[in-house]
Design a binder for this molecule. Sequence first.
Ligand code: GLU
Length: 551
Amino acid sequence: MDYLKLADLLLPTVCETPEYYRTLYPKRNLKPNAMVTRYAPSPTGFQHLGGVFAALISERLAHQSNGIFFFRVEDTDKKREVVGAIEDSTNTLHDFGINFDEGVVDSDSEKGAYGPYKQSDRIKIYHTFVKSLILKGLAYPCFCTEEDLDNTRKIQQEAKINTGYHGKWAVHRNSSLDEIMVELSKGTPFVIRLRSPENTDKRVVCNDLIKGTISMPENDQDIVILKTNGIPTYHFAHAIDDYLMGTTHVIRGEEWLSSLPIHLQLFELLGFTPPEYAHIPTIMKMDGTSKRKLSKRKDPEISVDFYKSQGYPFMSVTEYLINLVNSDFQEWRTQNPLVPCTSFNISFENMSKSGALFDILKLNDISKNVIATMDADLVYDLYLSWAKVYNTTIATKLIENEDYSKKIFNIERLNEKPRKDFVKWLDVAQHIEFFFDDFYKNSIKDGYNFPDHITIEDVNSVLTSYIDVYDYSHDNDTWFATLKELSVKLGYAKNAKTFKKNPELYKGILSDVATIVRVALTNKVQTQDLHEVMQVMGEARVIERLSQKFI
Ligand code: GLU
């Protein structure tokens, strides 16, 4: 076979050689253990948690080793492409603080010297390497139609033979140049297939950095590397791109594990040293007593939008995911309570080999702690950007009353054990609305939420006396002592123990008096520390609210 002639017939316009691209993309000049990793989604849908998980692991490993993390768009499947999916990926990476050094920035710009980073812009490169394989007799055209392939599959299934394009079923594998030329002259569409070495009983052994040593049958299929439209398949593009872009570690979902024999074969036939592989376990969830994959249909928490709309700070989700990656993270967090979670060094050794189990309660717990460590200014900023989209009424209040709002967020924040009311931004409004007069007035329209055992007479008598003793300048201790003194004077027991001994002697307990003040001011039975609430509200507002007629 005259491979030169065949190659020129099939890809007549390709004049570059693989050597040309090797020079164009030289070996990266990095420290010996620096990792080069990438996140390479296909723009066929919107971002989901599994994608963020893979991107985060790849980014962390690259940056903690002083390496490079890049973002590649794998858009070889034009039919399944979704408008806006690329921007959705870049926005998600940005929101989660997953910074890439090189890659697609938006639909018409990119950065980095190893591009283009969008596969549809790399067609010339793929064709060059396909041509080089044809020249070596390692690739050939196949003129089978979908129908031909379906028929073959049916026959194979009936005969219980391995399905696919292999062995004697690979009908165009040994076509002569003349036969090929006849088809080409007729304009018959064709794909280019890899001539696999046909070692049916050989096995490939790979040391996956998460799964350990894996042995699988070698690929015996003459897989398609270039489709009829001249676009490569994912497998082929992966080999070329990760080789030229100098990827040292391919970190991707375990759904790709079964394709590994194909990928290793491609690297071998192309004469490239393969990267290291690490296949990340799929994120699972408990459903009753059994584990299952997170499902797009059933589990809203699979989509990145869920975290956005609920208002989980991205730092919380990131911290949760790092916690899912490495089980020793919690111990590290206990020892390093205040540093960003991205200072933790993740490692392949401590990753779980089987499914990572998603647990929203754990995420909530982590998120509560993350928000509790933020200062009031940051809470204000992050909450405001969320509220601008999801709760514009409260956003307006926050903007109009910036200082007041920051004081509200600062309540019990500087304590040794800060208050942990907020799991996510969606929770915030219920804890802060009463500070704003409009909301407060609105809430009392339907009456005050005094507990049933407290009568309106008690409310009025407590509040009338309380206004007389209330002094804005009192510190917490004096404030409490004053409240206690008044309670005892009005016939309330100073604590529950005293009350229980002789309940008939008292109107109630000191805590009832505090509740009366609290409900009058906030219309809630439970709030942040009452003294702090009153200090933040300010004297005038407190007196005004306490002086209402409670009927
Ligand atoms: N484009 C592939 C996907 O959609 C990426 C696989 C890989 O990371 O190699 O998941």
